[in-house]
Each structure stands twice: as structure tokens, then as C-alpha cells.
Ligand binder design. Structure first.
Ligand code: BES
Ligand code: MN
Ligand code: ZN
Length: 507
């Protein structure tokens, strides 16, 4: 299987010294231990105590081989024990390649802490031809999360003309099955990030379609792309996308349905694929707001990447991804505020604000899924509203659903996978804010003064989902990171890939 460019080499190794000595860096985890002796506790000056995590045999042989008292050395750094903090020791011994030991804080050793530690490990070798062995995680579930985060931390992307970034090697103390899962999911996160980072002059809707075709061919999954006159039934996609003559819209349908899958549950994922969002005539102001808008297709990138991972993960679930790709430009063919458009299935929308374009393209995708594909689950992923970021910041995506059980499950898997989501309410009282005098619905909340942009956007989408089990993820905050830190680079995060692959595998 082909990996994105510069994707690290990942290898499974046993937790023993022999296998670690072929790497330049060895990462070991440590934790702060509470002093449980009541007599010592009464002493105000009790020092913090630390404990190294992992196989006693491995720890012992490292100490012996390199003639080093790890705990003593660690104390010298006055660590806090916080997950992801790290300290380095130069070490050497005859006939070994290893030259550094990295001691990594594991916090409370929760899965979230193991992810933070993983990001630190990956960042250490990012863009370098170096190798690191990590022994931070002890259970297989933790090891998978740790390994995926390590691979995420090593992410690098640029279009510089100089030498290309180098490929690191990450040795993981993990089962071969867990390694396979890690490879599939981490490569999918990289793929999504690559798509998000690509600038809009390259990443036209046609380019997105070509990319999806490559994925489909590689993975032996089926694909259908609709362009030009045949797009007519998709009124929202056409109205938004015809604003750009140079980069006209594409509807992309990619389906994972192996032989014998006809009676498996069917999931349809709809992704917002706005390759650049100027706002159209309702232009984004201040213009700084426009700078990040090449990332407005992060939903489409996520759902495509999820499907790309399925042949390896092999869930007994049929999955169709619909990528609603269009550029929202300003031109003589752009839509006007006050236009009325007809979506797939016939619902009409009065376009009050051309910057609320994501919901227009999603409406066609959701209606197509509901009416034509009749899925058991209908999920959309979209960088839909600035309000979602105002409400929840950049660590949690906003989740909307009428289905309590499904929402609870996705919330739980969000914490487990690292793509955290918070359920928001579909407030019926706000539905009337979308009433239009001349069409079935307005594309923005014009009436009432509810100030709940992410909620009213979700209520707009709900009009197109029929009676399906539907979930909407507003990833405007989580799809892009403003800082290069932890698991995320500055730019596209690949949010949604871990959550959706984990959820689909659980069905
Ligand atoms: N793509 C934007 C939402 C967005 C904003 C994503 C900032 C990421 C960062 C979306 O198309 C948009 O413009 N939404 C408007 C809706 C409004 C006009 C009702 C918004 O949130 O301001
Ligand atoms: Mn917009
Ligand atoms: Zn947008």
C-alpha cells in the first residue's frame, strides 16, 4: 500500500534491549508516584518520587548496558511528571547505535496522557532520518493510541524547493495487529492533512476528484464523479461552485462495499469540500479571516481519508463518502444574496448570505444520501461556523444529533480516539429563525435574535436528512490548528479520521 510522502517507517519490536539498540533514541516513560507512607507524608519537605514505566528486564538491561542510574538522572531535571514533558540524556556503549535516552512524562497514564507522550516522541524525529524506539505504553489499546499520536507528531508538509524532509523510523512496542491498525489510521490522518495543507490554486475541485480517483484505484474501491451539466440536480453545489469558472464544482461519491457486503449496515459520510471560501459577495471581513480558508474542505478530506483506511481495517460495514467540492469565489457567475436555489430533491433555499455556503453544498449531499442511498447512519463533517469555535474552542468539535444513544457512543469514542466531540442541542425554538417568505428555508438565521450560529446551521441541515439516524460534526475549530504543538502541526489536523474509523470499526 502506498503511503503519503515522508510518512515515517513504523515497525513493531518486542520490549527488550536487543531490539531497542538499533535505534538512535530510546524513549522511556516515567510517572510521579504519591508517597503513601503516612509518616513520610507528614514531613513537609517530602520530595516528589518518580517511577519508570515498562518491563523491569528492559529497564535493568538499559541501566547495566549504559552504566546509568535512570532515576537519579531524572531527579536532576526536576520534572513535573506532566504528560508529554521530556528530558534527554546522552548515552553510549560499545557496539550500539543508541546515543540518546529520552525520558517522557506519562501524567496519569490515561490514554490521553499516552497520546501526549506519543506526540513528544514523534516530534523528536520529525523531518529527520533518525530512529526512535518508544516503550512508553504498556497495554495494546494505549500502545495503539500512543503510536498513532507519535506518527501524527512527526507530520511535516511544505512546498519548499530545497531538499525534501527526511523519513524517520519509529520502533513501537506493539502487537503486529495493533501496528496494522496504527498504520491504516495514521496514514489516513496524514492523507487528510496533506489535502488540507495544499493551497487552493492547486487544490481545485477537479484536483480533489483526481486525488479521490487515485485513492479508489489504489484501494480497489468504486468511485463516481459528477461534473458539468449533470450536476444540475445539485442546486446548492452548482450555485456556490459556478462562482469559479477556472475551478468548477465536483460531486464525488466513493464507496467501500466489498463482495458479500450487501446486507451489512450502510454508513454515508458527507464532507464539506469548499476548496477556498472567500465568502462570495457576502465577503469575509476583515480579510484576515480569509487567509485560513483553503482549509474549508477539511470535512471532505476527513471522509475521503476514512474510506481510504477501510480496506485495511476491514469493518463489516458499507461506507459511502460524498465529497461536496466547490470553490466559493467572487465573479460574474457568483450567486447573489437574495437568490433562490433548488436543492437535490426539490427543497428551495433563499440565499441571504453567500458566506453561509457550506450548508448549501451539504444540503444536496444529505438529500442525495437520504433519498438515493437510504443509509442506516448519515454523518456529515464540516468546517461550518465560526460560532462552533467560539463555543468550544479548538479541542472539541460540536456534535449535533437527535439520537441519544448514537451521540453518547460517539462522545465516548471521541475521548478514546483523541478526536474529542461535545454534544450540542438542536433547539426547536430556533427553527423559526430560518423561515423564508419566498422559499422553503433561509440559509441564515434572519429572524429572531438567537445568536446561535452553529445551532441554526445544524437546524438548516436537519431539513435535508429525512428520518435518518443523523449526526452533524461542526469541525470549524478542530479541523485546523493555529499552533504547531502536540499532535498537531500549524494547519490541517486531520480531525475526524480517528473518531470515524474507530466508530465504523465498532459497528
Ligand atoms: N467556512 C466558514 C466557517 C469557518 C469560519 C470555518 C472560520 C473555519 C474558521 C463558513 O462557510 C462561514 O463562513 N460561516 C459563517 C456563517 C454565517 C455567514 C451565517 C460564519 O460562521 O460566520
Ligand atoms: Mn463561508
Ligand atoms: Zn465555508
Amino acid at each position: 500500500m502506498s503511503q503519503p510522502a515522508h510518512f515515517p517507517e513504523l515497525k513493531a519490536i518486542p520490549a527488550e534491549l536487543k531490539s531497542a539498540l538499533s535505534s538512535e533514541i530510546i524513549a522511556l516513560g516515567f510517572v510521579v508516584v504519591e508517597n503513601s507512607d503516612p509518616l513520610e507524608k507528614s514531613d513537609a519537605k517530602t520530595e516528589k518520587e518518580f517511577k519508570l514505566v515498562g518491563s523491569t528486564l528492559l529497564l535493568k538491561s538499559i541501566a547495566e548496558t549504559f552504566g546509568i542510574d535512570l532515576l537519579d538522572e531524572l531527579k536532576f531535571f526536576t520534572p513535573t511528571g506532566k504528560a508529554g514533558e521530556s528530558f534527554e540524556l546522552p548515552i553510549s556503549a560499545p557496539d550500539t547505535k543508541t546515543e540518546r535516552l529520552m525520558l517522557v512524562g506519562l501524567g496519569d497514564q490515561s490514554i490521553a496522557a499516552l497520546r501526549a507522550a506519543g506526540a513528544t516522541v514523534g516530534r523528536k524525529v520529525k523531518g529527520k532520518a533518525q530512529s526512535i524506539s518508544t516503550f512508553c505504553a504498556t497495554s495494546d489499546a494505549n500502545a495503539t493510541a500512543h503510536a498513532i499520536s507519535a506518527t501524527m507528531g512527526a507530520y511535516i508538509w511544505n512546498l519548499k524547493s530545497g531538499p525534501k524532509p527526511l523519513k524517520p523510523t519509529i520502533y513501537l512496542s506493539i502487537s503486529t495487529l495493533a501496528l496494522k491498525r496504527t498504520l491504516a489510521i495514521a496514514a489516513a490522518v496524514w492523507r487528510a492533512r496533506d489535502l488540507v495543507h495544499t493551497p487552493a490554486n492547486i487544490k481545485t475541485p477537479a484536483w480533489m476528484a483526481a486525488n479521490a480517483k487515485t485513492v479508489a484505484k489504489e484501494r480497489n474501491i468504486s468511485i463516481k464523479v459528477i461534473a458539468g451539466k449533470e450536476l444540475a440536480p445539485f442546486g446548492g453545489l452548482v450555485a456556490v461552485g459556478n462562482s469559479s469558472r477556472k475551478s468548477p464544482p465536483r460531486f464525488i461519491e466513493i464507496t467501500y462495499a466489498p463482495k458479500g457486503s450487501s446486507n451489512w449496515p450502510h454508513v454515508v459520510l458527507v464532507g464539506k469540500g469548499i476548496t477556498f471560501d472567500t465568502g462570495g459577495y457576502s465577503m469575509k471581513r476583515p480579510y484576515d479571516m480569509m487567509m485560513a480558508m483553503k482549509t474549508d474542505m477539511a470535512g471532505a478530506a476527513a471522509v475521503l481519508s476514512v474510506v481510504s483506511a477501510l480496506p485495511e481495517l476491514a469493518p463489516r460495514v458499507r461506507v459511502t463518502a460524498l465529497l461536496m467540492c466547490a470553490e466559493n469565489a467572487v465573479s460574474g457567475t457568483a450567486q447573489r444574496p437574495s437568490d433562490v436555489i433548488t436543492h437535490f430533491g426539490g427543497t428551495t433555499t433563499e440565499v441571504l448570505n453567500t458566506d453561509a455556503e457550506g450548508r448549501l453544498v451539504l444540503a444536496d449531499g444529505l438529500a442525495y444520501a437520504n433519498l438515493k442511498l437510504k443509509p442506516d447512519y448519515l454523518i456529515d463533517v464540516a468546517t461550518l461556523t465560526g460560532s462552533a469555535t467560539l463555543g468550544l474552542g479548538r479541542q472539541y468539535a460540536a456534535m449535533y444529533s437527535r439520537d441519544d444513544k448514537l451521540a453518547a457512543k460517539l462522545h465516548e469514542l471521541g475521548n478514546e480516539s483523541g478526536d474529542r466531540v461535545w454534544r450540542m442541542p438542536l433547539i426547536n425554538d430556533y427553527i423559526d429563525s430560518l423561515e423564508s417568505d419566498i422559499a422553503d428555508i433561509n440559509n441564515t438565521a434572519d429572524k429572531g435574535d438567537y445568536n446561535a450560529g452553529s445551532v441554526t446551521a445544524a437546524l438548516f441541515l436537519e431539513k435535508f436528512v429525512g428520518d435518518r439516524k443523523w449526526v452533524h460534526f461542526d469541525i470549524a475549530g478542530t479541523g485546523r490548528s493555529e499552533v504547531d504543538a502536540g499532535e498537531n502541526p500549524k494547519g490541517g489536523t486531520g480531525f475526524g479520521v480517528r473518531l470515524l474509523t474507530t466508530w465504523i470499526s465498532s459497528l
